[in-house]
Write a protein that binds this ligand. Sequence first.
Ligand SMILES: [Zn+2]
Ligand SMILES: [Zn+2]
Length: 541
Amino acid sequence: MPQKSIEPFAAVTSARTLSKGQEDPGFTAVQDFLLRFGYLRPNTFKANQLDEPTEEGLLRFQRQHGLPTTGVFDNPTRDMMGTHRCGMPDPASAIAFSIGCSWPNPNLTFAFEDGTNDIGGAAEFQAVRNAVATWAAAAPLKFTEVGRNQNPDIAIDWRPANDPDHSMVGGILAHADFPPGCSVITDGLPKPLHFDDSEHQWVVGSVAGGFDVETVALHEFGHLLGLQHSNVAGSVMFPTVSSNFTKRSLTADDLGGVKALYPAGIPTPGTYTIRQKSSNRFLDAHEIAGKDFRLVTRPAQNNDTQRWELASVGAVFAIRQKVNGRFLDAHDSAANDFRLVTRTAQNDASQRWIVVPVGDGSSTLRQLNNLRFMDAHEIEGEDFRLVTRPAQNNNTQRWLLTNVGTNLFTLQQKSNNRFVDAHETSDKDFSVVSRPAQNNDSQRWIFGQVGAVFTVRQKSNGRFVDAHEVSANDFAVVTRPNQNNDTQRWIVMLAGNGSFTIQQLSGGRFVDAYEASDNDFGVVTRTAKNNDSQRWLFDKL
Ligand SMILES: [Zn+2]
Ligand SMILES: [Zn+2]
């Protein structure tokens, strides 16, 4: 049987070089390519002409692929477009790794449909299983293979190029889909991983003219987990791949992406022992005065005074605008008001937002680095400017979160029902405003959980952990009866290697402990020290 092969995107590679303002009938193929992979929007450009929108699309394509940014359809651009590639569109903004939605419960099932006749036996299925195992080793993900009639989350199939759910005709090797909430192929399950079985020769390993199944499967499973295309050459999530080539391990760029999507082990409500990382001593509390029971750390006692019940009162999220994946942020811009913007990922506390339901269906949103409240006020006819302010305890600081997809929400200010939106104002910062409903992705926000807010009760007596000022430096941590306020709410954030920081919601100070006597170490809250004395290990019972 002759080996299957295709010259990828032949109409593009035969189009002639074109600069801004020039026209050529063959250039339509280039514009079709830009449309197909997310670099042009329909009905925004003049066919056959390298006009302004087309130039912008070419520039983005060139940036995404590390080419000279000429805005001209030139030789390097033509050569890159004429490369076998993935069928998924490239992201709207080129950042090192670009993440979309994650699965809320990353315990996924997959099933095989048809294989390919290119490979003997069932070696193509084993190649896909190997790719699955590579991702499972990189993040807290679990995959289980099931039968095709057992409602899998992911269905793997070799299909003709004119695949009904997403055409792969012309040089696309395979396509997948993003998780629920970010899907572009199908809203339901299973999500596809479809290989083009018409135009490409599938092989296991590096074979002239053949494409390694494991290499392509590793890339496509990245999409199924929520990763978009990367602009880092050599990463698994780069959009193009060569024949006679294997890449079967994840790069730092890919690992950064999947770890951002699936942070390891944020504690869920339940009963825990809590140990200080630096001393390995256990949180405990005992009566010292009528009102307050003082928290200490002690060696393990294996009883209920060292067991703590965590109940959920909120969560901490990185919040991204769906239309471009930029992160909600705020920075000091005036004495009272800090302006909200969206920025590319900084991976710091200024891009983390504490969401605590108020009890009337709305929630407050507070920036983690300073605990200021999200608010908005009128500045001009159409847009209300979003800011953070100190607590006002009114409806301008209460927000209605409406779930419009997995991890996907609209945000409305309770006082006026306007929707949070953002638009480009400068290269670095996009301005965040509220507007009337537009029913589009610019008003939809992706919430990625990065922490939790709990009340913490001692199992032996049900009293709540609290802290209050005893000196300028140390606040004593005690237990008290329920007060239902922020002094009894604690923010738990991952601090690396399975340990966590514990911050009091009322002031953001960190739980710490120091040696006070042979038996008991006093537990206090202090400002951030960024060391193991403020890192705690939670062991669920
Ligand atoms: Zn891809
Ligand atoms: Zn398909």
